[in-house]
Design a protein around this ligand. Sequence first.
Ligand code: NDP
Length: 376
Amino acid sequence: SGICACSRKRNICSSPSRLQNMSAWVIDQFGSNGVLRFTEEISLPVINVSSEVMIKVNAASLNPLDVAMRGGYGATLLNLRRDPSSVLSSSNEFPLILGRDVSGTVVDCGSGVTHFVPGDEVWAAIPPWKQGSLAEYVKLTEYEVSHKPKSLSHAEAASIPYVASTALSALVNAGGLCRESCADKRVLITGASGGVGTFSIQLLKAWGAHVTVTCSQNAEGLVRGLGADEVVDYTAEDAPQQLELMPKFDVILDNVGGDTEQWAMGLLKPWSGAKYVTLVSPLLLNTDSMGLVDGTFQAGCALHNKAFENMLSRGVFYRWAFYAPDGPALDDISTLVDGGKILPVVEAQFPFSQVPQAFQKLEHGHARGKTVVKVS
Ligand code: NDP
């Protein structure tokens, strides 16, 4: 690799620097599962910035975003982030490696890396504008990486970083919650049986909040086992009425979108700083269909109008939340995991040879936690 500082930091160096290529699942065009291609001839990532860390991937996991990105979702905005000059040129993102979670071992570090040395076991959530973890090696910046919880296997650890980073961004940055402020807070999580939901329940319970969730009836045992105080089966005809009979909420985390906000907004405490935080926003879809400028403008107007209307009529905040990379925040999650406060929820595990089957599982929907891919 370009800069290999690891030999100065340790006697051993497991850097893959003599190798040229690695194996990976890539896509060369957007489409359905048929576009996934296994290859052993993808160039190894090269450390060319001093803050970069190279990780040998042990396990990855899939998120709904991987299925969406396979089909081209978000391409306009993500390409701009990858390469700002793509606005002017016809450069493209292929071959593109999907996979947003990694648990593995550091094999090489840039000269400015201070928190990691080769041999460290780490986990990370990989930003969607970077090459993903369905590969032997992945390169990240130090800030995005964290030491993996010691109590978890790599497969278990890979189930957590992306949903954890998303949940933290939604609950803390958009929802205004934190460990110190949660004791008297009532939170409603919709779509609680999936990856973000099963993590969020546990985080909020660890912080002392009262947690109500919506999910299918057959997920009740799972979410109660993770600590949910009240569970409402959203398929029941009287689900909205059941929720209306409950005391009002301080924060709603919406993992479902669609018409949820129409019936759920009124469940928030009025005029008391309550927040509706949705993870399902039209921003990337808009930029894909209308282009960068129009799409961003339309999404901005929609957000502004909804936020204004809800503040004026109900006295509640309306916010969109997005995944944000944050290695130091994952350090805190690592502590909660090693303290037994947060458990991994791995629903299915696939070998590296069966990545298309793992995508099929995700496309089927009805997730109960996470789908993991064991890479090495
Ligand atoms: P999952 O697919 O893991 O989970 C979704 C869950 O919702 C499933 O368990 C599903 O089970 C349940 N569900 C579906 N419909 C409803 C409903 N009407 N009411 C209650 N539960 C329902 O997704 P994630 O947890 O990973 O992500 C949640 C959402 O957040 C997704 O839409 C995802 O795209 C989005 N997201 C956005 C991010 C961002 O940066 N903005 C980042 C990460 C995720 P069942 O159908 O059996 O009920």
